[in-house]
Design a protein around this ligand. Structure first.
Ligand code: UAG
Ligand code: ATP
Ligand code: API
Ligand code: MG
Length: 484
């Protein structure tokens, strides 16, 4: 690609530099190699423009910068944009070129990972070459990789999408986090359809108000999906209506799913311990489905996923039948094992209030004894959620064990103390391994243990060091010890 190929996105004026070959694009000066375009972004910590001289010294051929950026004497063209993050995303898409033909994205506070992996499974069952990209990583035919970000930065994202397309993937589902949407990480993705699950308290350290948080999510419908594209919206959430309004105003084809949904209507649901039977109406026909997953919320996620699959060409009957074969995303109400007396132990990724509320409520109907929960809250993240989660745990569980979950740069005992202000009577055990042992050790027949907050994670971050830690492994070890 030549620099002049970016002319639709950026003011590439000088003909001489326009002929230069672009060897790569990055927003990190440390990754610049000769021939790269460097995007100088203003971030939470620093202004990328401060690193432009370094990028130029490493051989950058142009810098993408804000309109008001001050760029004296860099010796390379400065391409100014009113929205440098968007320009970077569009440039990365142009540079890497190929993407799977059918891309869909799902946003919402909870359920994104589940929906993305469900859509992949439904497509795959319908015979498509399908992939999913999100919090738990990348899964595609012959490829499974552990992830880090929910929505990768645009440079990594477009490199990945090009690789997937080259490997023959035609259908790809991805998660659109509010950070990702706000930071324009998805702006270069050619989306065929989008979806919304729900909205609750999250990332209040990043978004000033919940309205601002909702607005960031609405970029998916307002700015990213082409007019007329299907927008699959879960209908039974408090934020469903404002979302439907935003999607309709943006000229999208709104398709609601859920009890109040009209595209897929949930008529009836009967919960069993590890599965649920649902009657779903689609195009005037009632389908009875046995969903092999625990948790009320999984029905909602399955409906959103089916809505996306149908909206991208899977016949409704096939999509709904495929729900009978769904496997949950790793670490989402994941049954790891049971004690000798039959008390189940689940690992779940609930690390925000509504998720914790949902998961604890979901297991109550099948618990004849006590619901025991082990959880903590992450450091360097929204502090406001700590007492809220303490209150929810105290209200919905019989035994609450408060422990550590990635304290990062904070003092772990202070995080626990903030949770404990609203969790009187809770047991405090900082060491997560000990906390899990304690939880497992106290289980009697009829009890249920939920180890919440880390789900698929494989590390515990203390300070800047991430130690290997897996709730799955710890639960398995504790159960094995008990059996000895
Ligand atoms: C808070 C946040 O979202 N930060 C993201 C943001 O960083 P930033 O712009 O604030 O970075 P900064 O440190 O101020 O630096 C500004 C710029 O200078 C550049 N720089 C910096 C140093 C240097 O030597 N040279 C250089 O060029 C940086 O690369 C950056 O472009 O933009 C970066 C580039 O896209 C992201 O990598 C980074 O994500 C960090 C890694 C992160 O942890 N993000 C998390 C919070 C996140 O995005 N999570 C969401 C949601 C998860 C969920 O739903 O729960 C996700 O999608 O994963
Ligand atoms: N539809 C839903 N409604 C409420 N809670 C849910 C829903 N789906 C999942 N959860 C809860 O949220 C947790 C995370 O689910 P999932 O990973 O699918 O969501 P996510 O939106 O991708 O979350 P994150 O933004 O943290 O990656 C689950 O472990 C469960 O506790
Ligand atoms: N993507 C989320 C995951 C949080 C998971 C929880 N284990 C924590 O560390 O708070 C975040 O980084 O805020
Ligand atoms: Mg996720």
């Amino acid at each position: 690609m030549k620099l002049s190929d970016l002319a639709e996105i950026l003011p590439v004026e000088s003909a001489a530099s326009g002929e230069r070959i672009v060897e790569g694009i990055t927003s990190d000066s440390r990754a610049v190699c000769p021939g790269f375009v460097f995007a100088a972004l203003r971030g939470g910590k620093s202004d990328g423009m401060a690193f432009a001289p370094d990028a130029a010294a490493r051989g950058a051929i142009a810098v993408i910068a804000a309109l008001d950026a001050d760029a004296p004497g860099l010796g390379i063209p400065v391409l100014k944009s009113a929205d440098p993050r968007r320009a970077l995303a569009l440039a990365a898409a142009r540079f890497h070129g190929r993407q799977p033909e059918t891309m869909v994205a799902v946003t919402g506070t909870s359920g994104k990972t589940s929906v993305a992996v469900f859509v992949r499974q439904i497509w795959a069952r319908a015979g498509m070459q399908a992939a999913s990209v999100g919090t738990t990583g990348v899964v595609a035919p012959g490829r499974t990789e552990y992830g880090s970000l929910t929505t990768p930065d645009p440079v990594a994202l477009h490199a990945l999408l090009a690789e997937l397309a080259d490997a023959g993937v035609t259908h790809c589902s991805m998660e659109a986090s509010s950070h990702g949407l706000d930071q324009r990480r998805l702006d270069g993705v050619r989306l065929a359809a989008g979806a919304f699950t729900n909205l609750g308290r999250d990332h209040m350290d990043y978004h000033p108000t919940i309205e601002d948080y909702h607005r960031a999510k609405m970029r998916l419908f307002e700015d990213l999906l082409p007019k007329g594209a299907p927008a699959v919206i879960f209908a039974d959430d408090a934020w469903s209506q404002p979302t439907i309004d935003a999607a309709a105003k943006a000229g999208l084809d709104v398709r609601t799913v859920g009890r109040k949904g009209t595209f897929l209507t949930l008529k009836r649901v009967e919960h069993e311990r590890r599965r649920q039977r649902a009657e779903i109406e689609a195009e005037g026909t009632i389908h009875e489905i046995l969903l092999p997953l625990a948790g009320d919320f999984q029905i909602s996620n399955a409906l959103v996923a089916a809505g996306l699959a149908i909206s991208t060409g899977v016949p409704a009957g096939d999509a709904l039948r495929a729900l009978e074969h769904l496997e949950g995303a790793p670490g989402r109400l994941d049954l790891v094992g049971s004690t000798g007396a039959g008390a189940p132990v689940y690992v779940d990724y609930a690390h925000k209030p509504e998720a914790l509320e949902n998961v604890l409520s979901s297991v109550r109907p099948f618990t004849t004894g006590r619901v025991v929960v082990v959880f903590g809250c992450g450091g360097d993240r929204d502090r406001g959620k700590r007492p809220i989660m303490g209150e929810i745990a105290t209200r919905l569980a019989d035994v609450v064990i408060v422990t550590d979950d990635n304290p990062r740069s904070e003092v772990p005992a202070e995080i626990r103390a903030e949770i404990l202000t609203a969790a009187p009577g809770a047991i405090e055990i900082g060491d997560r391994r000990e906390a899990i042992r304690k939880g497992v050790g106290m289980l009697a027949g009829g009890d249920t243990l939920i180890v919440a907050g880390k789900g698929h994670e494989e590390g515990q971050t203390v300070g800047t060091v991430t130690h290997h830690f897996s709730d799955h492994e710890e639960v398995r070890n504790a159960l094995a010890e008990l059996a000895r």
